[in-house]
Design a protein. Structure first.
Length: 176
């Protein structure tokens, strides 16, 4: 039987516990050759709290884990009975495996998000902001451009009575 990726629905916040329980169960029942990988896709996010930049981790799919396994009836029942598991994602009575393209896309996104933190706060063009760090600290301005891939914004601030564009990182500003 071929291994495929399945999505398991868990209680929100129990993803890590379910992963550990499944790993322990696979060793105990000697099915670790049937269960290859268990993933909880996450991304690194950056945010400013109390004027300090904080890096943390956030789950892409809270309440879900991805498992690569051979899904026999025995394994299906073992997994369903793990504390914290609510069910498999399915389109009927039997769990539906992810398509190869779907899992490839999820794995690619996970890798990309680990390389560069995603800013937690999102801004909009024209929005008023206050600069909280750098040479223009305490200046107010309006957002002209947003570059989410770089985590930067261009803010128009009034200097000597003239609007001046200033490029800043997300964590250097806060919403008014």
């Amino acid at each position: 039987m071929e291994k495929k990726w399945y999505v398991i629905h868990t209680l929100t916040g129990e993803e890590e516990k379910v992963k550990k329980r499944l790993l322990n169960l696979s060793k105990l029942k000697n099915i670790h050759d049937k269960v290859s990988q268990i993933l909880i896709p996450t991304e690194i996010i950056s945010e400013v709290k109390g004027g300090k930049k904080k890096i943390s981790e956030r789950k892409f799919f809270p309440g879900y884990i991805l498992v690569e396994m051979e899904l026999t009836d025995d394994i299906w029942h073992l997994v369903k009975n793990i504390i914290g598991v609510t069910d498999f994602v399915s389109s009927g009575t039997k769990p539906t495996p992810l398509l190869d393209e779907e899992i490839a896309n999820i794995l690619k996104q996970t890798e990309e998000k680990k390389e560069r933190p995603t800013p937690k706060v999102t801004f909009e063009k024209g929005e008023g902001v206050k600069i909280i760090d750098g040479p223009f600290i305490n200046f107010n301005g309006a957002i002209d451009e947003i570059s989410p891939e770089k985590g930067k914004v261009k803010v128009s601030v009034m200097i000597f009575g003239r609007p001046t564009p200033v490029e800043l990182e997300y964590w250097q500003i806060e919403k008014l």
